[in-house]
Write a protein that binds this ligand. Sequence first.
Ligand code: HEC
Ligand code: HEC
Length: 427
Amino acid sequence: MFRLFFQLTIISSALLVTAGCERSESPVFRFNSVEWVKQEKTHLADGEHFSEEYKTEIGTIMTALFGTPDDPKFPFFLGDEDPAHDIITIDNLRMAAGPTRVDKREPASGLYREHCAHCHGITGNGAGDTAASLEPYPRDFRLGKFKFKSTPLRSPPTDHDLTEILVNGIPGSAMPSFRTLPPEQIQSLVEYVKYLTMRGQFERFLLGELAALDGEPLIDLSLVDKPDGEEPSDDDIEEFEDQMYTVIGEGLQERIIDRWLRTERKVTKIEPAPPEFDLKHDGHSQFVQQGRELFFAKGNCMQCHGDTGVGDGQLNNFDDWTNDWIKSAEVDPEDPATYSDFSAVGALPPRPVKPRNLTRHYYRGGDHPNDLYLRLRNGIEGTPMPASTAMTSDEIWAVVAYVRAMPYLDSNKNGAAKPVNEKQVMR
Ligand code: HEC
Ligand code: HEC
């Protein structure tokens, strides 16, 4: 099975080399140079560099497995039987990929470039044309982290989570709502996000392997790609398959694709709220008061959100997308000279992540109580907002009640936890 796939890989990459010339006008996926520089700075002595050959090898592997922005592919290792067909279908990738469609009477295609690329970039690197002027920056999918989802930290989101993001947008950020798109187009974009994410995760994995190779090739294509059509020997093929197994079997299949399978099974159970959560319940005000106490004590929420919840606590944290590279080298986020090597290859200037102002009644991940329950229970992946692991579900509900009441409380003045007008707290 593997062997057949590898043969196809070689054939397709060879084809691409020849087809490359005609396609020079088409956009290409951008190499993850920030990760490259990070790996160099982490593992090599000052002034040393990885061999440029690795860029060609990685490019060949990536194109063979994932295709191009105009002609996406996905490595279905087990052919029609591959469970990865549940994560991604080629038809949906094709609908999202390709150039923006000019004639709207044509069947849908090019959706990602039409709706998303100017912010998220063709590659999903979060560095589209408008990115630098946005706060927060558009998401770089390649790290494989998502903030607003029903699954715990380190589990990928479900299709439903991503659909909700596309349908609702992310209030308080530039991420718009795509509510007007038909469901099949939303689904194709959801799958394209997963595709760009897995592609980016795998490229990062390959880059992470380089330091340990000590100059040896990542995959030695010359083992099977002989000059003058010469047949590779069995030993060559075996050696090549070993190399492929390590990078593709272990790196892509086991660490990345398998984790995106059946994400629904990982969804966090939302325990029902106790009766006191209900606004009409006599005990509601005490419940909000209990939530307030937890906010300051066990929850330690004021550390970041501030005593009054306006988000003026700890302000010098960075999110994981930024920490990922600034922590690798001696980067001082205040001093551009210390990160000029990263800026030169496209890293956006580091900006601290702001804790949410909780007195404004807007939530990026949805304002249903269940959404807030999930944010507290699981934290917000990729940001300093932690999972409230020490709190019972009733305690979490009490904090949710307090958070929902906050915009209407006079707590600045006297710490009273009674809503000014309880009706206002209704959704
Ligand atoms: C005008 C800019 C803009 C456009 C257009 C845009 N996005 Fe976004 N998107 C953002 C920003 C900014 C964020 C980050 C918000 C945050 O971190 O809170 C984001 C975040 C996301 C996320 C991450 C959600 C999470 O839970 O972490 C996904 C997925 C996403 N966008 C998909 C898309 C798709 C698909 C399209 C096109 C259909 C699109 N975006 C179009 C700006 C944009
Ligand atoms: C270490 C800092 C930190 C602590 C502690 C913390 N938060 Fe946060 N919180 C954040 C940051 C940062 C964000 C913004 C994340 C983002 O980029 O979307 C946030 C976002 C939120 C949101 C917004 C969710 C949304 O959908 O927009 C809520 C609600 C929230 N926090 C409540 C709490 C509560 C309640 C606690 C205590 C149990 C708490 N936070 C503890 C840093 C923190």
